[in-house]
Design a protein around this ligand. Sequence first.
Ligand code: NAD
Length: 325
Amino acid sequence: MNADARFGPGHRILVTGGAGFVPSHLVDALIARGCTVVALDNFVTGSKENVAHLEDEPRFSLVEADISDGLPAGDPALADRFDAILHMASPASPTDFEKLPVEILRVGSAGTLHLLERAVADGARFLMASTSEAYGDPKEHPQRESYWGNVNPIGIRSVYDEAKRFSEAATMAYHRSRGLDTAIVRIFNTYGPRMRPDDGRAIPTFISQALRDEPITVHGTGNQTRSICYVSDLVRGILLLLDSRETGPINCGTEHEMSMRQLAETIVSLAGSSSEVTFITRSADDPEMRRPDLTLARELLGYEPTVLPEDGLRRTIEYFRERMV
Ligand code: NAD
C-alpha cells in the first residue's frame, strides 16, 4: 500500500459485481492492501470461481444479491458502515446488451440509486464504474472527458450507454445536492484473465477461436479501432482515483489503439494458431474508433499504464489455454 492510500487496513469496502472479471481483480488488490471487502453479486455474468481463492480469507465476504432490488436487509456482512462503495456491477458485453437489456437498465439506474443512498447514510466515498461507451460512436478523437458523446438513445447498445450515463448523472446529483464524496471512472476496453471465453467481446472471442484453430470472426471490415488495457493497469488506475479527492469523470485505459483486424492477427500469431481471419456482419452503432485522452488521469492521479499489448495478450492467451477442455 502506498503512503498516499486513503483506504487500507481497518477500512470496509463494498464492491458490487465483485465476482466479475474486473471487479474480482479489484477485490484482490483491496484485500492485499489490508481492507475488509464485501463483494455483492447476483452471478448474472460473474462467477464464484473468480473469488474462490478468497474463501478462507477472514477479511472477505461474498453476498449473493441483485443490487437493482437494493441491499438485502439483515445480512451481517452489510450491517456495519462502509468507508467506500465501488459500483462495478453491470453486464458489459455486446451480447449482454441483447440478452439482458432490462437488467442492464435496472442495475445502472435503481442499483446506482440504492448504493448512492447507502453511501450517503454511511458517509462513504462512492466510485462509479462508467465506460467509454458514454461517448457512443465518438466524433472527437481521442476522447476527452469534456466530450459529451454521440449516443443513439434508442439503439441496441443504448441500454448500456444510457444506463451508464444515467449513473453518471445520478452520481453528480448526489455529489452536488447531498455533498457526497464521489468519483466516476470511464473505463476503456479492458481484458485479461477471468474474462468469460463466450462473453462476446472481441479479445476472449478471438482467443477462443485461435486456440481452437477456428476462423477468427472480425466484425465488418475490421478497420474499427479500440485501445486495449490489461486489467492490472486498470485496477491501478481505479485505486489511484479511489484514493484521490477527485470527482471525475476521469478516463482510464491505454493509448494502445489498434484495428480489430490487427488485434485478430496479433492474437493468431501470439497463440501460434493456424486460424484464418474472416469478416462477418458488423452490429449496429458499433463505434468506429476509441482512444482515451489520458491527460487528466496523468495530471490528477499520476496514472501511467505499463503493460504492452503483446505481454497482456500473451498472459490472457495462457489463462484461456489452461482452461480449455
Ligand atoms: P463482468 O460481467 O465480468 O462483471 C460484472 C459483474 O456484475 C458480474 O459479476 C455480474 O454477475 C455482476 N452483476 C451484474 N448485474 C448485477 C446486479 N444487478 N446485482 C449484482 N451483481 C450484478 O464485466 P466486467 O468487464 O468485469 O465489468 C465490470 C464493470 O466495469 C461493469 O460495470 C462494466 O460496465 C465496467 N466496464 C468494463 C469495461 C471492460 O472493458 N471490461 C469497460 C468499461 C466499463
